[in-house]
Design a protein around this ligand. Structure first.
Ligand code: FES
Length: 217
Protein backbone atom coordinates (compact mmCIF):
# COMPACT_ATOMS: atom_id res chain seq x y z
CA UNK A 1 0.00 0.00 0.00
CA UNK A 2 2.76 2.40 0.94
CA UNK A 3 4.62 1.56 -2.27
CA UNK A 4 1.46 2.20 -4.33
CA UNK A 5 1.06 5.58 -2.67
CA UNK A 6 4.69 6.34 -3.47
CA UNK A 7 4.16 5.67 -7.18
CA UNK A 8 0.88 7.57 -7.20
CA UNK A 9 2.60 10.48 -5.53
CA UNK A 10 5.35 10.53 -8.14
CA UNK A 11 2.78 10.75 -10.94
CA UNK A 12 0.78 13.38 -9.15
CA UNK A 13 3.99 15.29 -8.56
CA UNK A 14 4.30 16.42 -12.16
CA UNK A 15 2.45 19.59 -11.20
CA UNK A 16 4.35 22.75 -10.41
CA UNK A 17 5.84 23.29 -6.98
CA UNK A 18 3.65 24.94 -4.38
CA UNK A 19 4.30 28.17 -2.58
CA UNK A 20 6.46 26.46 0.03
CA UNK A 21 8.58 24.88 -2.69
CA UNK A 22 9.28 28.26 -4.21
CA UNK A 23 10.82 29.60 -1.05
CA UNK A 24 14.17 31.27 -1.50
CA UNK A 25 17.08 28.84 -1.23
CA UNK A 26 18.70 30.65 1.67
CA UNK A 27 15.62 31.35 3.71
CA UNK A 28 15.46 29.85 7.21
CA UNK A 29 12.27 28.91 8.95
CA UNK A 30 12.18 28.19 12.63
CA UNK A 31 10.30 25.21 14.01
CA UNK A 32 10.28 23.97 17.61
CA UNK A 33 13.76 23.28 18.95
CA UNK A 34 13.89 19.63 19.90
CA UNK A 35 16.68 17.37 21.10
CA UNK A 36 17.40 14.38 18.90
CA UNK A 37 17.07 11.05 20.70
CA UNK A 38 18.32 7.52 20.31
CA UNK A 39 15.82 4.77 19.55
CA UNK A 40 15.36 4.10 23.27
CA UNK A 41 14.66 7.73 24.07
CA UNK A 42 18.01 8.75 25.59
CA UNK A 43 19.52 11.94 24.19
CA UNK A 44 21.52 11.29 21.05
CA UNK A 45 25.19 12.14 21.37
CA UNK A 46 27.20 13.21 18.39
CA UNK A 47 29.81 10.60 19.27
CA UNK A 48 27.22 7.87 18.73
CA UNK A 49 26.96 8.60 15.02
CA UNK A 50 28.96 6.34 12.73
CA UNK A 51 30.60 8.33 9.92
CA UNK A 52 28.88 7.90 6.56
CA UNK A 53 25.99 5.95 8.03
CA UNK A 54 22.60 7.35 6.97
CA UNK A 55 20.19 7.96 9.86
CA UNK A 56 16.56 8.98 9.66
CA UNK A 57 14.40 11.05 11.99
CA UNK A 58 11.12 12.92 11.53
CA UNK A 59 11.11 16.71 11.52
CA UNK A 60 9.59 19.31 11.40
CA UNK A 61 6.37 17.28 11.03
CA UNK A 62 5.84 13.86 12.55
CA UNK A 63 5.47 12.44 9.03
CA UNK A 64 8.32 14.20 7.20
CA UNK A 65 11.59 12.23 7.27
CA UNK A 66 15.06 13.73 7.38
CA UNK A 67 18.48 12.23 6.81
CA UNK A 68 21.22 12.75 9.40
CA UNK A 69 24.82 12.18 8.35
CA UNK A 70 28.24 12.45 9.94
CA UNK A 71 30.40 13.12 6.89
CA UNK A 72 33.55 12.24 8.80
CA UNK A 73 35.38 15.53 8.30
CA UNK A 74 34.77 19.23 8.69
CA UNK A 75 32.02 20.54 6.41
CA UNK A 76 32.27 24.25 5.81
CA UNK A 77 29.99 26.45 3.72
CA UNK A 78 31.23 28.06 0.56
CA UNK A 79 32.02 31.74 0.80
CA UNK A 80 28.82 33.75 0.98
CA UNK A 81 26.64 30.66 1.46
CA UNK A 82 23.78 31.13 3.94
CA UNK A 83 23.99 27.44 4.77
CA UNK A 84 26.08 27.23 7.97
CA UNK A 85 27.87 23.91 7.33
CA UNK A 86 28.30 21.01 9.71
CA UNK A 87 27.93 20.92 13.49
CA UNK A 88 29.44 18.76 16.21
CA UNK A 89 32.99 18.49 17.53
CA UNK A 90 34.38 18.13 14.02
CA UNK A 91 31.70 20.19 12.31
CA UNK A 92 30.94 17.09 10.30
CA UNK A 93 27.25 16.46 11.12
CA UNK A 94 24.57 17.60 8.67
CA UNK A 95 20.89 16.89 8.16
CA UNK A 96 18.45 17.39 5.28
CA UNK A 97 14.88 16.69 4.55
CA UNK A 98 14.49 13.27 2.95
CA UNK A 99 11.46 14.41 0.95
CA UNK A 100 12.85 14.67 -2.58
CA UNK A 101 12.16 18.11 -4.08
CA UNK A 102 11.49 16.54 -7.48
CA UNK A 103 8.33 14.56 -6.81
CA UNK A 104 8.43 14.03 -3.04
CA UNK A 105 9.68 10.47 -2.92
CA UNK A 106 10.78 9.66 0.62
CA UNK A 107 11.65 6.79 2.94
CA UNK A 108 8.90 4.84 4.63
CA UNK A 109 8.84 1.65 6.65
CA UNK A 110 8.73 -0.62 3.61
CA UNK A 111 11.06 1.10 1.22
CA UNK A 112 13.42 4.02 0.86
CA UNK A 113 14.04 5.31 -2.66
CA UNK A 114 16.58 7.69 -1.15
CA UNK A 115 19.99 6.63 0.05
CA UNK A 116 23.45 7.96 0.77
CA UNK A 117 26.34 6.77 -1.36
CA UNK A 118 29.16 6.31 1.17
CA UNK A 119 32.84 6.66 0.21
CA UNK A 120 33.89 3.79 -2.03
CA UNK A 121 30.33 2.75 -2.84
CA UNK A 122 29.11 2.87 -6.41
CA UNK A 123 25.74 3.84 -7.76
CA UNK A 124 25.13 3.47 -11.48
CA UNK A 125 22.99 6.60 -11.56
CA UNK A 126 25.86 8.81 -10.45
CA UNK A 127 28.83 6.90 -11.91
CA UNK A 128 32.04 7.20 -9.93
CA UNK A 129 30.76 9.90 -7.64
CA UNK A 130 30.20 9.04 -4.02
CA UNK A 131 29.30 10.96 -0.83
CA UNK A 132 26.00 11.93 -2.43
CA UNK A 133 22.35 11.63 -1.44
CA UNK A 134 20.62 9.92 -4.35
CA UNK A 135 16.91 9.57 -5.06
CA UNK A 136 16.49 6.44 -7.15
CA UNK A 137 12.95 7.37 -8.20
CA UNK A 138 14.28 9.43 -11.11
CA UNK A 139 18.04 9.66 -10.34
CA UNK A 140 18.32 13.09 -8.75
CA UNK A 141 21.45 13.53 -6.66
CA UNK A 142 22.41 16.06 -3.99
CA UNK A 143 25.63 17.01 -2.24
CA UNK A 144 25.32 16.85 1.55
CA UNK A 145 28.67 18.62 1.96
CA UNK A 146 27.44 21.62 -0.04
CA UNK A 147 24.11 22.53 1.52
CA UNK A 148 22.18 19.84 -0.36
CA UNK A 149 22.78 21.41 -3.77
CA UNK A 150 21.60 19.53 -6.82
CA UNK A 151 24.40 17.68 -8.62
CA UNK A 152 22.14 15.72 -10.93
CA UNK A 153 18.67 16.49 -12.29
CA UNK A 154 15.73 16.13 -12.70
CA UNK A 155 15.44 17.85 -9.30
CA UNK A 156 15.87 21.60 -9.72
CA UNK A 157 15.82 22.58 -6.09
CA UNK A 158 18.28 21.60 -3.36
CA UNK A 159 17.32 19.58 -0.33
CA UNK A 160 16.19 21.81 2.51
CA UNK A 161 18.73 21.57 5.31
CA UNK A 162 17.81 21.05 8.94
CA UNK A 163 19.10 23.76 11.26
CA UNK A 164 21.13 21.66 13.67
CA UNK A 165 22.55 22.87 16.95
CA UNK A 166 25.22 21.08 18.93
CA UNK A 167 25.73 21.41 22.69
CA UNK A 168 29.44 21.21 23.38
CA UNK A 169 28.91 20.45 27.07
CA UNK A 170 26.70 17.42 26.48
CA UNK A 171 27.50 16.47 22.87
CA UNK A 172 23.74 16.63 22.32
CA UNK A 173 22.18 17.50 18.97
CA UNK A 174 19.07 19.60 18.42
CA UNK A 175 16.93 20.45 15.41
CA UNK A 176 15.60 23.99 15.37
CA UNK A 177 14.26 24.69 11.90
CA UNK A 178 14.87 24.35 8.19
CA UNK A 179 16.79 26.35 5.65
CA UNK A 180 15.99 26.27 1.97
CA UNK A 181 13.12 25.30 -0.29
CA UNK A 182 10.88 22.65 1.20
CA UNK A 183 7.86 21.28 -0.59
CA UNK A 184 5.74 19.97 2.24
CA UNK A 185 2.53 21.42 0.82
CA UNK A 186 2.95 19.24 -2.25
CA UNK A 187 4.03 16.30 -0.10
CA UNK A 188 0.88 16.51 2.02
CA UNK A 189 -1.25 16.92 -1.10
CA UNK A 190 0.25 13.77 -2.63
CA UNK A 191 0.39 11.58 0.47
CA UNK A 192 -2.12 11.08 3.23
CA UNK A 193 0.20 11.78 6.16
CA UNK A 194 -0.17 13.36 9.57
CA UNK A 195 0.46 17.09 9.51
CA UNK A 196 1.51 17.74 13.07
CA UNK A 197 4.61 19.69 14.03
CA UNK A 198 7.15 17.78 16.08
CA UNK A 199 7.31 18.99 19.68
CA UNK A 200 9.05 16.05 21.36
CA UNK A 201 12.46 14.52 20.81
CA UNK A 202 12.46 12.70 17.47
CA UNK A 203 14.01 9.24 17.55
CA UNK A 204 16.99 8.72 15.28
CA UNK A 205 17.31 5.34 13.56
CA UNK A 206 19.67 3.96 10.98
CA UNK A 207 17.94 4.24 7.63
CA UNK A 208 18.62 0.56 6.98
CA UNK A 209 16.85 -0.30 10.23
CA UNK A 210 13.91 2.03 9.61
CA UNK A 211 13.13 0.91 6.04
CA UNK A 212 12.87 -2.79 5.21
CA UNK A 213 14.55 -2.10 1.88
CA UNK A 214 16.81 0.78 0.90
CA UNK A 215 17.16 1.36 -2.82
CA UNK A 216 20.49 0.98 -4.55
CA UNK A 217 20.39 2.31 -8.05
S1 FES B 1 11.14 11.97 -6.82
FE1 FES B 1 12.03 12.16 -8.77
S2 FES B 1 14.14 12.16 -8.39
FE2 FES B 1 13.26 12.04 -6.44
Amino acid sequence: MERRRFVKGCVAGAAALGAAGRAAAGRAERYPRVALAEAGGAPLRGAALAPHEAYVFFYPFVSTPCLLLDLGAKVLPASGDAWPGGVGPRRSVVAYTAVCPHEWSHPDRDFSPIHYVAPGERDVLVGDRDRLIVCCAHSSAFDPAAGGRVVQNPARLPLASVLLEWDEATDGLHAAGLRGPESFERFFAAFDRERRVVTEAPRVLRLRDYSKAVARC
